[in-house]
Ligand binder design. Structure first.
Ligand SMILES: CC(C)(COP(=O)(O)OP(=O)(O)OC[C@H]1O[C@@H](n2cnc3c(N)ncnc32)[C@H](O)[C@@H]1OP(=O)(O)O)[C@@H](O)C(=O)NCCC(=O)NCCS
Length: 160
């Protein structure tokens, strides 16, 4: 399957929300203290297949001038393991780097996703955080906090 990675636009929102809902990761607009209350469209990428359907999304939030947090990365279950998640992650990391971001923070709860971030991108685990409410996996109530040194990632990538 070929698919292209492009910036998200406002018309993509319903399809993106559906995709995130597949993993119980859809933002809950208007809810105070939600894990995610929205998606920053200007900082989001989508993966679109040949039929024009969205099969992946990945975004980030700017925390301060040199730190960002990744958000809302999800690939449609039927196309997992085909490199789409890695392409979305690559696109957002490249954009963060170009903006001058140096440190990337990621919170996740799925053991296979934690391993994916460490193995493919060089993240390290720096701690954990309680979840604010049921989000993503229902039986895990903490986030594993991971960090990535973006310049180090970029240098390692250049050598590959
Ligand atoms: C994590 C996720 C974004 C990865 O995207 P993907 O397109 O499935 O992964 P890729 O094809 O880029 O990478 C495949 C690699 O991940 C591994 N992998 C991890 N979880 C996998 C899964 N559930 N299915 C298939 N491969 C998986 C494979 O072993 C493969 O390793 P390799 O490249 O060394 O062969 C995607 O599986 C997903 O949406 N997961 C559920 C939601 C989630 O955890 N989102 C992240 C929140 S922080």
């Amino acid at each position: 399957m070929t698919c292209r990675i492009r910036k998200m636009n406002p018309q993509d929102l319903p399809e993106v929300m559906e995709l995130l809902e597949r993993w119980s990761m859809a933002p809950t607009p208007g809810v105070a203290n939600a894990e995610r209350s929205g998606i920053e469209i200007a900082h989001a990428f989508v993966a679109e297949n040949e039929d024009g359907c969205l099969v992946g999304v990945g975004s980030y939030l700017l925390l301060d001038e040199d730190t960002a947090e990744t958000a809302s990365l999800a690939v449609a279950p039927q196309v997992q393991g085909m490199g789409i998640g890695a392409m979305l992650q690559e696109a957002r990391l490249q954009e963060m780097l170009a903006r001058g971001i140096r440190r990337v923070r990621t919170e996740t709860d799925r053991p296979e996703t934690i391993a994916w971030y460490q193995r493919k991108f060089g993240y390290r685990v720096v701690g954990s955080n309680p979840k604010k409410h049921a989000f993503s996996l229902p039986d895990i109530d903490t986030w594993t906090v991971l960090e990535l040194d973006l310049e180090q990632w970029s240098r390692a990538r250049g050598k590959r």
